[in-house]
Design a protein around this ligand. Structure first.
Ligand code: ASP
Length: 338
């Protein structure tokens, strides 16, 4: 709200000499220019990924892009790193299971032509991002789920494996003792990995992969494999991706809305912030509010990027030519105490 008031106030000042439309326009431009602008022509490629596990993923994606691999192959290769790492407890192998002890995975990938592939509620396949890419490339569909996604993966030559590590099994058995569902996102500072890429040609693509909320009901699907919720892009405008409580992101079509706000002239930071505010307003009296965390990352066609979360603790990894691969802390609306 205060942001909106500030905007109106500043816009009103702008109109004194320049007229309303020009004032608003100048305001958007100058706000935009403060935020992470990468000068034209040296802003490509750019990679931004959620959480600390974004660093090794970015590293691999960057290497693949530099070696001339296709952007989808580069995203896949990057995201396979946290998927295969049992220490990453929220993605792929070693991810926390649902309340029945099953590790069920969600993933999606989308390219600059708006082609996309997605899998949800997939069990037993270590690299759901690869299966999502095959859905994009080898099927007439966008999304395959559950048994059908597994059947497709096996037909494509993927191997079925047990993804429940002894560590995860132990954690699950401990959880069963109280059986209280209260997903505390970012307590271990990692969750879904969502990645957005501007490639060497300036085209935008992205992907998400996750084991979803720990101790979810069997069959639960989050936002991450849903195009428009966990990930959305329009190559003419930009891209956005989410992490956090998937239910809240789905209810608000979060990533699609961030892209639409950028289309209207908002910077990536402004657009992420506005959707987080909207999610807050819709949930402040909701049962989910107690444990609600959502975070968005976004890039636009000009190479500006940003992120914003409801609560503190969200960070993302950014890789560009000028500054290399590093973590940046997201701005946020509130801390965990309020
Ligand atoms: N968005 C994911 C889900 O709800 C989890 C996360 O990113 O924390 O499945």
């Amino acid at each position: 709200m205060s942001n909106r008031r500030d905007f109106i106030k500043k816009t009103a000042l702008g109109t004194i000499g320049l007229g309303t439309a020009l004032g608003a326009n100048a305001m958007l431009k100058s706000e935009s220019s403060k935020e992470n602008i990468i000068k034209k022509n040296n802003k490509k490629p750019l990679i931004i990924s959620t959480w600390n596990h974004g660093l090794p993923a970015n590293e691999e994606t960057w290497k693949q892009l530099k070696n001339g691999k296709s952007t989808l192959d580069a995203i896949e290769a990057g995201m396979m790193i946290p998927e295969g790492d049992p220490k990453v407890r929220s993605v792929g192998y070693g991810g926390y299971p649902d309340r029945e002890g099953h590790v069920t995975l969600d993933a999606c990938i989308m390219d600059h032509n708006s082609d996309c592939g997605s899998v949800s509620f997939l069990e037993g396949i270590k690299h759901p991002i690869s299966v999502a890419k095959r859905v994009l490339q080898n099927t007439p569909h966008v999304m395959l789920s559950g048994e059908g996604a597994l059947q497709f993966a096996l037909e494509q030559g993927f191997k079925k494996e047990n993804l429940l590590t002894p560590e995860s099994e132990k954690n699950w058995k401990n959880w069963l003792e109280a059986s209280k569902y209260k997903p505390v996102i970012n307590i271990e500072n990692h969750d879904t990995i969502s990645m957005l890429v501007i490639d060497n040609d300036g085209n935008i693509s992205g992907g998400c992969t996750t084991s979803g909320a720990a101790w979810k009901m069997h069959g639960r699907v989050g936002d991450s494999p849903i195009i428009g919720a966990g990930l959305f892009l329009d190559n003419e405008v930009g891209a956005a991706a989410a992490t956090g409580l998937g239910e809240a992101v789905i209810r608000t079509a979060g990533s699609a809305m961030v892209v639409e706000l950028m289309r209207q002239g908002k910077s990536p930071n402004q657009a992420c912030k506005e959707i987080v505010e909207r999610i807050y307003n819709k949930h402040k009296n909701h049962r989910d509010m107690e444990y609600l965390q959502v975070g968005f990352i976004a890039v636009n066609k000009q190479g500006e990027y940003g992120g914003y979360s409801l609560r503190s603790g969200f960070n993302y990894a950014v890789y560009d030519e000028k500054n290399g691969n590093r973590m940046e802390d997201s701005k946020f609306k509130m801390t965990w105490d309020n």
